[in-house]
Design a protein around this ligand. Sequence first.
Ligand SMILES: Nc1nc2c(c(=O)[nH]1)N[C@H]1C(S)=C(S)[C@@H](COP(=O)(O)OP(=O)(O)OC[C@H]3O[C@@H](n4cnc5c(=O)[nH]c(N)nc54)[C@H](O)[C@@H]3O)O[C@H]1N2
Ligand SMILES: Nc1nc2c(c(=O)[nH]1)N[C@H]1C(S)=C(S)[C@@H](COP(=O)(O)OP(=O)(O)OC[C@H]3O[C@@H](n4cnc5c(=O)[nH]c(N)nc54)[C@H](O)[C@@H]3O)O[C@H]1N2
Ligand SMILES: [Mo]
Length: 780
Amino acid sequence: MSNGRRDRIAEPWGTRTPYAKGGQWPKRVDMFLADELEPENVDRWVQSASVLHSNGDGLDIAVKDGRIVGVRGRDDDRVNHGRLDPKDFYGWQANASPDRLRTPMIRVNGELTECDWDTAMDQVVRHSKRLLDRYGPSAFGFYTSGQLFLEEYYTLGVIAHGAIGTNHVDGNTRLCTATAAEALKESFGCDGQPGSYTEVDHADVIALYGHNVAETQTVLWMRILDRLAGPDPPAILCVDPRRTPVAEHATVHLAPLPGTNVALMNGLLHEIVLNGWVDTDYVRTHAVGFEELRKRVAEFPPERAAEICGVSADDIRSAARLLGTAERLLSTVLQGFYQSHQASAAAVQVNNIHILRGMLGQPGCGLLQMNGQPTAENTRECGADGDLAGFRNWSNDSHIRELADLWNLDMMQIPHYAPPTHVMQMLRYAEQGTLRLLWVSATNPAVSLPELRRIRSILSQQRLFLVVQDIFPTETTELADVVLPAATWAEKTGTFTNTDRTVHLSEKAVDPPGQARPDLDIFLDYARRMGFRDRDGNPLPSWTDPESAFTAWQRCSAGRPCDYTGLSYDKLRGSRGIQWPCNAENPEGTERLYSDGRFWADPDYCEAYGKDLITGAPLEPTEYRAMNPHGKAIIKAAEYLPPHETPNDDYPFALITGRTVYQFHTRTKTGRVPELAAAAPEVWVEVSEADARRVGIQEGDLADIETPRGRVRAKARITGIRTGVLFLPFHYGYWDTEAAECDRAANELTLTDWDPVSKQPIFKTAAARLAVASTGAESS
Ligand SMILES: Nc1nc2c(c(=O)[nH]1)N[C@H]1C(S)=C(S)[C@@H](COP(=O)(O)OP(=O)(O)OC[C@H]3O[C@@H](n4cnc5c(=O)[nH]c(N)nc54)[C@H](O)[C@@H]3O)O[C@H]1N2
Ligand SMILES: Nc1nc2c(c(=O)[nH]1)N[C@H]1C(S)=C(S)[C@@H](COP(=O)(O)OP(=O)(O)OC[C@H]3O[C@@H](n4cnc5c(=O)[nH]c(N)nc54)[C@H](O)[C@@H]3O)O[C@H]1N2
Ligand SMILES: [Mo]
C-alpha cells in the first residue's frame, strides 16, 4: 500500500494501483519525512490539505520539536486516497526558508525599512483615512488571491465591498478561473462545479480541453492512469497544441492552433448534432437555446473547422464520435481554453456538449470547469474577487439587500452599479490616477500579470500607495510602500474548498516566523484601526478569529448554492472532506449537482443574467427573464473570431505559456525547495523539430523569443509541440537572478488583452519570433 519515499522527481505519479470501471480506487499512502525520520518519531500529525494546486488532496503535517518535518497523504480522504503531488511532497520545506518575511517594512527615503506592526499599520490607516476623506471609496483597490483561506476572503470582501464600499475588488482568480465561473454562470445561471472527481471511476470517455492534468493536478491524473491500467479503460480525448503526457495517453489527440478553440468546438458540435447524438428529450425538458446552436454549428462542418484549427477533419470526426457515443462522459477544461482567445465562448461549448447529451449529475457523467489554485473556489463564493458573497447577483437588488441585512449596512453602501471591477481595469484606473491605494495580498503581479514592463511602471508610480502582504520578498514587495509579513498554510487555521466542492479544514501546526501574522488577523486589525462600524455602531466585521469568521460565512451562505450551514470545524475535523452544498437537506454534503435536471438558473435566484458571448455585453434582467423564465440550462452558441494577434511576417510563431509539474507559479515556494528547484532550475522554450531546423536551433542552445512587448532568453527544448507554436513556462521571475541577466519572465512578452466576457487576460495567444542567441557549446 505504501509508496513510501520513492523519488517523486523521477516518478511524479508514483506506482500504479489499477482498478476497473465502477470499482473503488485503491489507497496508496505517500509520505515524505525529513532527516530519515521514522513515522513513530513524529510528535504530532496535524490535519490539512494541499495548497500547491486545486485538487484538494487531504494530508497530515508531521511536527517534531515545533517544526514541520514532513507530510503524509490521508488514506481515507475522498479526493486522494492517500496520494500526494510531488510539489506537496517536498514543498512544505519552503515554510522554514531563511528568507521568510518576519518584520513589517515601510519605505523610508526610497528604501524598504524594517519597523513594528504599529508603525506599518498606522501608515496604512493614515493613508486610508486621508484617501477616504478626499476621494471616497473608489480610490481603494484590493487585489487578492486564490491561496488564502475562506475566512480571510469573506473578511476581506466584507471590509472592501461593505465597510469601505469600493467596487474595485478582484483576485488573481481573474487570471485563473474567471472563465470557469463565467462559463458556469452562462450555462447554468450560477457558479458551482456540476461534477465530482469520482466520475473518473465510472467514465468511459474522459475529454480534457486545454488541461495538462498530468502536470497540474497530478493526483487526479494518477486516478486516470489507474483506470487506464485496469480493465475497461476509458478512452481519452486531449485537446492541446503540445504533446503533453495527457496527449501521449490519448485515444484522439487534437492539437489546434492556439486561439482557435471555438472553431474546433463548433466542428465537434456539428458532428454531434448531424449524427443525432443529442438527447432530445433532455434538451426539450431541461434547456433553452438549442435552435440557435443548431444553426450556428451547421456552419462548421469538420472541413471548415479543420482548416481554421490546422488539424485533420478525420480527427475531428473521430473525436466527435467518442463524445457522441460515450455512455458516461467526463469533461474537464482549463487554461488552454480559459487563457486563450474567446475563452468563455469556448468553455461554454463544452457545457453545451453535456447539455445536448443529457450527461450531467450522474456517475461518470460530469463536467469540471476546473479551478487552478487551492482556494480559488472560496475567493469566488466569498466575494473577494469579481463576485459577490454567496454567489449573489450584483444586478438583482434583492440579493444586495440580503448582503446589506447580513452586514447590517445601508444597501446603498454596497456598490452594485456594475459588476466588481476586474484587475486589468483596476490597473488602468491606477495608471490614470483615480485608484490611489492598492492592497495586494498573496499574489505576485510583477511576474504573473501580462505585459510586465507596463505593470512595473504602474505599480511603481509615486502617487499609488502600494501595500503588499506576502510571506517572502518578491518582485512585487520590491515595489511596495508597505510590506506586511504574513503567516501561511500550517501556521494558521482555516478552511478551503477544491475544484469538486470538497471542503477541508487546515489546522495550525507550527508558529509563524518572527512577527508574521495570519492574513485574517491583518485584515481584522486594519478594520479595528479604521474604526469600521455597522448601522448600529457595532464593529464591522464583528468576528475575531477563524472559527467565528466561518460561522459568519455560514450565515451568508445559507440558502445559497454554496450552502455551508451543515458544516462546522468539528464536523470537518477527521473527515474525508465534505462537498458543498452541505445543509439540513444534505447533511453529508452533495456529490453531484443537477442530478434532477434542475438548475440554479431561476431569474430570482441565479448569480448572473449572462452576457453576449462575443461582445460581453450583459443581458438586462428582463431579457434574461424572457429567455429563461423557468430557470433551465442555457445553451449558448458562439461565432468563431480569429485571435487579435496572429503570426505574421515579422513574428511568425504563435506563443503560448504555461506550467511544469515541478514548479508552482512565480516559484516563491517551489524555487526555495531544493528537490523542486533542481528539477527545473531555468526557463526554457519548447520548439518543434521542424521549426528548430529551420531557425538553426539545437537542443540546449540559448534562444531569444521576442514579441512587440519584449524579449526573453531561454534554453531550447525540441519537443512534440505543433509546428509554428512556441511554449514558455511562466514561472521564472527575477528574485533569484542577478539584475544584469537577460529577461526571462514569459510575461515580458504577453499582451494587454482579455476575454470580453470573463475579463480573463489572454496568456496563451501572441505572435513571436525566435532566433539563436548562442549555441549550447558556447552557453555551457
Ligand atoms: N505543477 C503545477 N501545477 C499547478 C500549477 C503550477 O503552477 N504548477 N498551478 C495551478 C493553477 S493556479 C492552475 S490555473 C492550473 C493550470 O493548469 P493547466 O491549465 O493544466 O496548465 P497550463 O500549463 O497553464 O495550460 C494547459 C495547456 O494549455 C495548452 N494550450 C495553450 N494554448 C492553447 C489553446 O489555444 N488551445 C488549447 N486547446 N490548449 C492550449 C498548453 O499547451 C498547456 O499544455 O494548474 C494548477 N496546478
Ligand atoms: N504568462 C502566464 N501568466 C500567468 C499564467 C500563465 O499560464 N501564463 N497563469 C496565471 C494563473 S492561472 C495564475 S493562478 C497566476 C498566479 O500568479 P501569482 O498569484 O502571482 O503566483 P504566486 O507565485 O502563487 O503568488 C502568490 C504569492 O502569495 C504568497 N503567499 C503564499 N501563501 C501566502 C499566504 O498564506 N499569505 C500571504 N499573504 N501570501 C502568501 C507567495 O509567496 C507569492 O508571492 O498567474 C497567472 N499568470
Ligand atoms: Mo491559476
